[in-house]
Design a protein around this ligand. Structure first.
Ligand code: MEV
Length: 326
């Protein structure tokens, strides 16, 4: 039986989280930590999922009941729904064995579910010889993510597909690769797993209560994202740092910051970082600090002393790719 192996990168949000859900742009970068998905077709009637990183082993599902299966653990739901959407979209039915393996913990908020979704659909397109353009791969992956979690801009899927550093507008309306030098960044993990969907819903609730104030905050975030694009393209790191601090203040105003994130962010600023902010939904996960590379060690120690963990990643990694030796 033919086996297809695909890998897709995780991501870090640089600017514009939450506002991107409401149509503003964001800037996202792919990281050099990847998820690998291998798929084998067989003559059976079931989908078998092995995902040891999220504690799934020998998960067996009938191929005719893959979608809307809320009893499944989250890790399996993205895989099953991706397969269901692909089969329905192209009129295909087949038994499958899918194995996923990750370079990084699903706790970090690097977008493991999105990378898995992209990896599964890309692998199926190779296995069943269905030609998918990047935008079509995005659309089917985005449908899958919305089917499973109901909310999200899809920025993490774009990072997994196109890689590099991207200017992204919600739902994949615009995906523009940015030409920038390697961004000197340090990543700190709080040790707390954030619930992205819950935080997106929380912000939606705040927006309902205070529509004008929150709309103004989103507008201010969008202005900062535009300025950050220019500063990133010029490699003007002090200015990018200032814009990160402004973006962080606006995220605080949205109510998604936490004491743990703040403590890592302030430790980095005090250690001399140009700027620092949370990255992603807030509520935990990671923060990022923009630095002069000469103080990398000092900023890393500041993160550790403040109770965080430094994650070593490179930004601007390659997007989804076929790793099969065929
Ligand atoms: C989460 O990492 C980023 C959010 O903007 C949600 C999304 O864009 O899907 C909060």
């Amino acid at each position: 039986m033919e086996k297809v192996e695909i890998s897709a990168p995780g991501k870090l949000m640089l600017f514009g989280e939450h506002a991107v859900v409401y149509g503003s742009p964001c800037i996202v970068t792919a990281v050099d930590q990847r998820i690998r998905v291998s798929v084998i077709a067989d003559s059976g009637q079931s989908l078998e999922i092995e995902a040891p990183d999220v504690g799934l082993s020998g998960c067996l599902l009938e191929i005719d009941s893959l979608k809307n299966n809320n009893d499944l653990p989250k890790g399996a739901r993205f895989v099953a729904t991706a397969v269901g959407n692909f089969f329905d979209g192209f009129g295909i039915r087949s038994g499958l064995k899918i194995k996923t393996q990750s370079d990084f913990s699903s706790e970090f908020g690097f977008g493991s579910s999105s990378a898995v979704t992209v990896g599964v659909i890309k692998a199926l397109s190779e296995l069943f010889d269905v030609k998918l353009k990047d935008q079509e791969l995005f659309n089917l992956s985005y449908k899958t993510v919305l089917d499973v979690q109901g909310v999200g801009s899809g920025f993490d899927l774009a990072a997994a597909i196109w890689g590099g550093t991207l200017w992204f507008i919600g739902g994949g309306k615009t995906v523009l690769p940015l030409k920038i030098e390697e961004v000197p960044i340090v990543v700190g993990y709080t040790g707390i797993k954030a619930d992205t969907s819950a935080l997106v819903r929380q912000v939606a609730g705040t927006k309902k209560e205070h529509p004008e104030a929150i709309t103004k905050i989103f507008e201010a975030i969008a202005l900062g994202v535009q300025e950050a694009k220019n500063a990133l393209e010029k490699g003007n790191w002090p200015r990018v740092g200032e814009l990160m601090n402004i973006n962080q203040g606006l995220l605080e105003a949205l109510g998604v910051n936490t004491r743990e994130l703040s403590s890592l962010i302030h430790a980095c600023r005090e250690a001399g970082a140009f700027g620092a902010k949370l990255s992603g939904a807030g509520g935990g996960d990671c923060m990022i600090a923009l630095i002069d590379n000469q103080i990398k060690v000092k900023v890393g120690e500041a993160i550790t002393d403040a109770g965080g963990r430094v994650l070593r990643v490179k930004l601007g990694a390659e997007g989804v790719r076929d790793e099969s030796n065929r």
